[in-house]
Design a protein around this ligand. Structure first.
Ligand SMILES: Cc1cc2nc3c(=O)[nH]c(=O)nc-3n(C[C@H](O)[C@H](O)[C@H](O)COP(=O)(O)OP(=O)(O)OC[C@H]3O[C@@H](n4cnc5c(N)ncnc54)[C@H](O)[C@@H]3O)c2cc1C
Length: 475
C-alpha cells in the first residue's frame, strides 16, 4: 500500500492514542526534532506519544500498512543523532515518555520490570526504595529512558563492575515493525532455549524494533563505599594503579575515571560549586570508587592502604579520600561536569573510542601528539572510563580560532583519532552508538561479511525499511 495523506494519518494516530497525544504544530514538535548538541535538526509529520504497548503495536501496524517511517525516541539525550528524523518531514516520531509505569519489583528474584519510558533515575529510585541497586549510571540519567539506554547499550560509570546496559537485562518486550508484539519479559537467569533474541534489539538503536518493556537485574544495595580523587603524572601510572587497587581490594572497585588537568580547570572555571580538591596541580587525575554490599567491609581503610602503597611506589603524587557522602558527591561533580564544561570553551569535537585497557596510555600519547602536530593551540581534553578502556578524546578549539572553522574539521580530527584507536585494536564507538553520525564510517570499517549479516538482520526484522531508516546501517 502507498503512503496515506497526512490528515488521514493524523486522524488514525489520534484514534489510537487520543488527540492530546498527537502533535503536529511546529513549536510543539521543535524540542523533539533537535538533539542536544545541535548537530542534527529534523522534521516530522507528527510526534506521537503512546501510553501502552498495545498503542505502540497499533501505531506500528498502521505505519507498516502505509509505509510510514517511524523514529523511536526516548529522552532525546543520544549523542549520535539516532533519535532525530531526517528533513523530509515524512516520519513520525514515536516518543515513549508516557510509557512510564513500573510493572513489578520482585526482590526475591532481584528484578525490576518497567515500561521502556521510565527514566533511568526513576528506575534507580525504585530499586533504592526496595533496598536494591540498579547500577546503570550516566550523567544524563534524569532524562534518558530505559528504552533508550537498552537501544544504545549505554555504558556509564559502573561498567567496570556491573557491565554495560545489555548485561543488566533478563527480559524484553518488543513491538516489531509490523506491529506484532514479542513478549519476552522473562526474569530468568538461565534460559538456553534457542537464540537469545533480546540481544538483537539491545544496541540496535531503534532500527530493528521498539522496546516497550524490560526486566532489569537488581543487585544488593551498596552498604559501604569509598571514593578517592588521586593525582598522578601519566596514564601509564593510572593503569598500574587500577590493577594494584584491584589486587588489594578485589572485586570492590566500581569506577575508575581518568581526567586531565585542563578538564579540571574547565570545570572549576565554569561550573558552580566546584573546586580543585588538591593543592598542587597535577597533569592527570583519577576518580576511584569502591563499593560493597556488606557493611562489614572497611573500604575506606582498604583504599587508604592501596593508595599509601601506590604513593610509596611513586605511582601517585597526592590523594584525597571523601569523608562523607557530600564530599564524595563533590568529587563526582568534577567528573560529571567535564563534558558540559567544555561548552564554555568554544567548539568541541567529540570522540568516544575504546581500546584494550593496557593500550590506553599508548592511545592517549599518540593521539595527543597527532592532534597537536596537526593544529597548534588545540586543547585536547581526554577523559572518561579508563577502567573500561573508553576515553572521550574531546578536542576544544584553540582560544583564538573561529568556532565554525574549528568545527568544520570534525571529520578530519575524527579520522586522525579513530585511525589511532583502530591501529591499537579499538572501536570508534565505545558506548554512544552509531546513529547518523558514524554510519558511513562504520560501514567503511566492518568486513563485507559483518555488514551483510547486519543488513540481513535489518531486512528480516524490518522488511519495508520503516524503522529508523538510515541509522546505524543503510540497506
Ligand atoms: C550529559 C550526557 C552524558 C551522557 N553520558 C553517557 C555515558 O556515560 N554513557 C553512555 O553510554 N551514554 C551517555 N550519554 C548518551 C545518552 O544519554 C545515552 O545514549 C542514553 O542511553 C540515551 O537514552 P535516551 O532515552 O535519551 O534515548 P534517545 O536519545 O531518545 O534515543 C537514542 C537511540 O535509541 C533509540 N530508542 C530510544 N528509545 C527506544 C525504544 N524504546 N525502542 C527502540 N529504540 C529506542 C532512538 O531511536 C535512538 O536511536 C550521555 C548523554 C548526555 C547528554
Amino acid at each position: 500500500m502507498t503512503q496515506m495523506d497526512k490528515p488521514a494519518l493524523i486522524a488514525q494516530l489520534s484514534a489510537i492514542v487520543g488527540d492530546k497525544a498527537v502533535f503536529t504544530d511546529e513549536d510543539d514538535m521543535a524540542p523533539f526534532l533537535v538533539e542536544r548538541r545541535g548537530l542534527y535538526v529534523g522534521r516530522a509529520a507528527a510526534l506521537v506519544k503512546p501510553a501502552t504497548t498495545l498503542e505502540v503495536s497499533a501505531i506500528m501496524a498502521l505505519a507498516y500498512e502505509n509505509d510510514t517511517i517511524v523514529v523511536p525516541q526516548g529522552g532525546n539525550t543520544g549523542l549520535v543523532g539516532g533519535q532525530i528524523p531526517d528533513t523530509s518531514g515524512k516520519a513520525i516520531i514515536l516518543n515513549l515518555s508516557r510509557m512510564n509505569q513500573v510493572r513489578d519489583v520482585d526482590t526475591n528474584n532481584n528484578t525490576l520490570s518497567v515500561d521502556a519510558g521510565v527514566t533511568l533515575a526513576a528506575a534507580q529510585e525504585v530499586a533504592q526504595k526496595a533496598n536494591r541497586l540498579f547500577p546503570l549510571s550516566l550523567a544524563s540519567e534524569g532524562s534518558c529512558q530505559i528504552g533508550g539506554n537498552l537501544s544504545t547499550n549505554a555504558g556509564g560509570i559502573a561498567v567496570l563492575h556491573y557491565g554495560n546496559a545489555r548485561d543488566l537485562v533478563l527480559g524484553l518486550e518488543v513491538v516489531l515493525a509490523d506491529g506484532r508484539i514479542w513478549e519476552g519479559m522473562r526474569g530468568l537467569r538461565k534460559d538456553n532455549t534457542g537464540y537469545d533474541l533480546k540481544q538483537l534489539f539491545m544496541g540496535s538503536e531503534g532500527t530493528l524494533g521498539i522496546i516497550t518493556g524490560a526486566v532489569l537485574k537488581l543487585f544488593p544495595a551498596p552498604k559501604s563505599r569509598a571514593t578517592a580523587f588521586v593525582s598522578l603524572s601519566d596514564p601509564v601510572d593510572a593503569v598500574t594503579l587500577l590493577r594494584s587497587i584491584e589486587d588489594e581490594c578485589g572485586g570492590a572497585i566500581t569506577s575508575f575515571e581518568l581526567m586531565p588537568r585542563i578538564g579540571i580547570e574547565m570545570v572549576t572555571a565554569h561550573v558552580a560549586d566546584t573546586h580543585d580538591p588538591l593543592e598542587v596541580p597535577s597533569p592527570w587525575y583519577v576518580l576511584v570508587e569502591l563499593s560493597s554490599g556488606t557493611a562489614r567491609d572497611d573500604l575506606t581503610s582498604q583504599l587508604e592502604n592501596a593508595l599509601a602503597d601506590a604513593m610509596e611506589k611513586d605511582l601517585v603524587s597526592d590523594a584525597v579520600l571523601a569523608q562523607s557522602q557530600t564530599q564524595a558527591a563533590a568529587l563526582w561533580k568534577l567528573r560529571e561536569a567535564m563534558s558540559d564544561a567544555q561548552r564554555h570553551e568554544g567548539g568541541s569535537i567529540k570522540h568516544d573510542v575504546s581500546v584494550p585497557v593496557s593500550k590506553v596510555p599508548k592511545f592517549i600519547e599518540r593521539a595527543l601528539a597527532a592532534v597537536h602536530a596537526d593544529l597548534p593551540g588545540i586543547r585536547p581534553v581526554p577523559f572518561g572510563h579508563l577502567g573500561d578502556g573508553n576515553i572521550h578524546f574531546n578536542l576544544s578549539q584553540p582560544v583564538t580560532m573561529e568556532t565554525s572553522a574549528f568545527l568544520d574539521q570534525w571529520a578530519h580530527f575524527n579520522k586522525i583519532v579513530h585511525t589511532i584507536a583502530l591501529e591499537l585494536g579499538g572501536s570508534i564507538s565505545a558506548e554512544h552508538g552509531i546513529g547518523q553520525l558514524k554510519r558511513d564510517e562504520m560501514a567503511a570499517l566492518k568486513s563485507d561479511v559483518e555488514i551483510e549479516l547486519m543488513r540481513s538482520l535489518k531486512r528480516t526484522l524490518d522488511p519495508k525499511g520503516i524503522l529508523n531508516p538510515q541509522k546505524v546501517i543503510s540497506v
